[in-house]
Design a protein around this ligand. Structure first.
Ligand SMILES: Cc1cc2nc3c(=O)[nH]c(=O)nc-3n(C[C@H](O)[C@H](O)[C@H](O)COP(=O)(O)OP(=O)(O)OC[C@H]3O[C@@H](n4cnc5c(N)ncnc54)[C@H](O)[C@@H]3O)c2cc1C
Length: 409
């Protein structure tokens, strides 16, 4: 075995999770060897397709420290690279138009206060000034959180990768991992299209493909590939570039500026789910919808139009879709793989992998180094559903339903 085939840690998958883990591991353990193996180009899959809301304040409070860590990492990496990531701190409007949403918003405003984030209620006139496209007839309450932001997800993923490289990580693209090498129940390396590589620990960070590697060691990794989709309108003066992000739980929709256009996404009543073994290795030419999502959009258009009547007239220029790893309880799936030594996974991202990348990266880097995660990640553990078959129809449908019914982050 040559030294090029040996590392302290092998990370399989060069999406934002894999790159973030490599960043923290090399930062906190100087001199140790990290090898990232990506079969295509880094950040080619879910990462580059994200709407990239860097949501800080969520009803699921255990996500918040992870997102705050992402903001801390961005500041540190901008310094290290002497380059700006140009994150857009537009703030967010939480727009409530039902009793349930008003109650949820009240709770969210309290959570913001507990975490020391600014949050204020604004009246309908002020909301409309901030969002010229918004119709406020049915709006009962609006909360404004000015520190919320969004970013370019590909750039953030590559920031992690570039800093990891500066700190000594070896990132190899075009290398497909085909198997896990085990001695009894200890993982000692991986077999790949470029030969075998060995390490003291292996991390599965292969996004929605992760159950395929889990299956090799007899473990059902809990997540399913569920489609998310969004549209970008033509440019219009209704969409100033500085307008806030809008969250519309009563329309199951969100929106943010994209240049002088509006980017908006929906949660369909029936989210599309596909078995992990049915997704091609390279999704760049994958057809996520035969009609660019138009039938799904048409089904919820009336809800969205209550807040954005212009939706009926505005031209839609772009359609973007991708798979994220969803779980039945909308919690991440990360941590030590049960029953197998020296194997870890950071896989189920529940559509929040850009905002939580910093926290996931740090938590996993520490676990792999034999330390404690600095965050409480017990709600994300890989054993919480017991033994599951991530390829079964029943499991796939449970995960799709969880995304459809999700009302907030
Ligand atoms: C439409 C859409 C909108 C989204 N919006 C947001 C948002 O607003 N905010 C947010 O926080 N998140 C959002 N997300 C979710 C976010 O994109 C994901 O959570 C995040 O990108 C997950 O990163 P990952 O590294 O786990 O997966 P990926 O980016 O999919 O990376 C996995 C990598 O593993 C590689 N790989 C797989 N198998 C192998 C193998 N055998 N050998 C080598 N390499 C392999 C793949 O090529 C891929 O590069 C959105 C997702 C989508 C699809």
């Amino acid at each position: 075995m040559t030294t090029a085939q040996q590392a302290d840690v092998i990370i399989v998958g060069g999406g934002i999770f894999g790159c973030a883990i490599a960043y923290y591991y090399t930062r906190n353990n100087p001199g140790r060897k990290v090898l990232v193996l990506e079969r295509n180009e880094i950040c080619n899959a879910a990462t580059s397709r994200a709407a990239a809301l860097l949501t800080r304040i969520r009803s699921k409070q255990h996500f918040i420290p992870l997102s705050l860590e992402t903001y801390a990492a961005i500041a540190a990496m901008e310094k290290q690279l002497q380059e700006s990531l140009d994150i857009k701190q537009t703030g967010v409007l939480h727009i409530a138009a039902s009793e349930n949403s008003v109650n949820d918003l009240k709770q969210l405003m309290q959570i913001a206060a507990e975490f020391g984030d600014t949050a204020e209620y604004i009246d309908n006139n002020t909301a409309k000034q901030k969002l010229p496209w918004l119709q406020t007839d049915e709006v009962l309450a609006t909360g404004f959180m000015p520190t919320e932001s969004y970013c370019d997800p590909y750039l953030l993923g590559t920031f992690f990768a570039r800093c990891a490289k500066m700190q000594g990580a070896n990132i190899r693209q075009g290398v497909a991992v085909t198997g896990l090498i085990q001695q009894q129940n200890i993982v000692t390396g991986v077999s790949t299209s470029a030969g075998n590589f060995y390490a003291d620990a292996v991390v599965i960070a292969t996004g929605t493909w992760s159950p395929l590697l889990g299956k090799q060691v007899g473990v059902g990794l809990p997540l399913a590939p569920v489609r998310s989709q969004y549209w970008i309108t033509e440019r219009h003066n209704l969409f100033p570039v500085t307008q806030p992000i809008a969250l519309l739980p009563d329309a199951q929709a969100y929106a943010r500026p994209e240049g002088g256009s509006l980017l908006f996404g929906i949660r369909e009543p029936q989210s599309l789910v596909v078995s992990p073994d049915k997704i091609p290795d390279d999704i760049s030419n994958y057809s996520f919808s035969a009609d660019g999502g138009m039938a799904d959009l048409a089904a919820v258009m009336h809800q969205l139009a209550k807040f954005f009547p212009g939706i009926y007239d505005i031209g839609l220029k772009h359609y973007i879709a991708g798979f994220s790893g969803y779980t039945p309880d909308n919690n991440l799936s990360i941590g030590k793989v049960p029953g197998v030594e020296q194997l870890f996974a950071a896989a189920g991202c529940v559509g929040a992998g850009i905002s939580t990348a910093g926290g996931v990266g740090l938590a996993l880097a520490e676990l792999v180094a034999g330390k404690q995660s600095p965050f409480d990640i017990s709600a994300f553990n890989l054993e919480r559903f017991g033994v599951i078959d991530p390829f079964s129809d029943e499991w796939l449908q449970q995960c799709a339903l969880a995304r459809s019914q999700k009302r907030s982050g």
